[in-house]
Design a protein around this ligand. Structure first.
Ligand code: SF4
Length: 271
């Protein structure tokens, strides 16, 4: 059961700390996708919500429209600490309202989502020549998706969303992230999405101490054989796994002529 409330805000815009973007818009506070590894969970302490992360959603309300002079040809990301296409977007249309304004402002928009609901807004995205939609994949294994990202769209739905966006002339990206050691098959993600994807980003699973326990419990329950590996990487903080993986991905993408960036341990341009 999710708690939904309105949250009055002075502006939808936040100055971006993410490389490559001027502003970030998070139309909601909270995220019903409830990913087990969610990096945004730290936001909960600023909300006053007693509910667990994923069990509340505040719909931001702002009287002031976005300002075209301020946003003209700026790079705007939707979103960084929520999914702009959570299932309640169908009803509240917060993201759609933002896109309408951003189109008017001629901003360059990048969307990052785990939801095929983005297809609803193809009509607007087609009018935004610089728009890019990135679909995020940790895995192409539907069982993992059901266990770890229960609120997000299924793997096949996300692949179909990429295909449809691509066929409609919208620039697409795949954010292969977070990659979970020995669980995420990054080559399978590329193989499943390559015909419809203009570029790739790869990022590792980084665990803040606050939610390390939760992720380790998840691994212990569903992938117990991997606990020693996770203990080496996350408790002993051994970096060799990521160094090797970064080399493998980089070499493979270069050899296959795939536009790709590996962001392990660096600030991400998106996602
Ligand atoms: S979609 Fe992103 S913000 Fe939402 S729960 Fe998953 S990781 Fe967190």
């Amino acid at each position: 059961m999710i708690t939904i409330a309105a949250a009055s805000v002075k502006t939808y815009l936040s100055k971006s700390k993410i490389q490559g973007f001027d502003y970030v818009i998070n139309p909601y506070i909270g995220c019903p996708h409830k990913c087990v590894y969610c990096y945004a969970e730290y936001m909960r302490k600023f909300t006053g919500h007693p509910e667990e992360w994923g069990d509340f959603l505040d719909v931001k309300m702002c009287e002031t429209p976005l300002k075209p002079a301020k946003l003209f040809r700026t790079r705007v990301m939707l979103s960084s600490v929520t999914d702009p296409y959570n299932p309640y977007e169908k009803q509240y249309e917060q993201t759609r309202k933002m896109l309408k304004q951003l189109e008017y402002c001629q901003a360059y928009v990048s969307i990052l989502t785990k939801s095929a609901l983005v297809l609803r807004d193809i009509d607007l995205l087609k009018k935004m020549p610089q728009a890019e939609v990135a679909l995020s994949f940790s895995s192409t294994d539907e069982r993992f998706r059901e266990l770890a990202e229960s609120g997000a769209s299924g793997v096949a739905e996300k692949i179909n969303a990429l295909k449809t966006l691509h066929e409609n002339g919208i620039r697409t990206a795949v954010m292969a992230a977070p990659l979970l050691p020995a669980i995420s098959d990054w080559k399978a993600i590329i193989e499943a999405t390559r015909p419809y994807t203009d570029r790739y980003g790869f990022d590792s699973l980084n665990m803040r101490p606050a939610y390390q326990k939760k992720v380790m419990a998840f691994i212990g329950m569903y992938y117990p054989d991997l606990l020693p590996l996770y203990a080496d990487i996350y408790l002993k903080e051994e970096t060799a796994y990521w160094t090797k993986l970064e080399q493998e991905i980089t070499q493979y993408c270069q050899a296959q002529n795939i536009a790709a960036e590996v962001y392990f341990s660096r600030s991400k341009p998106f996602g």
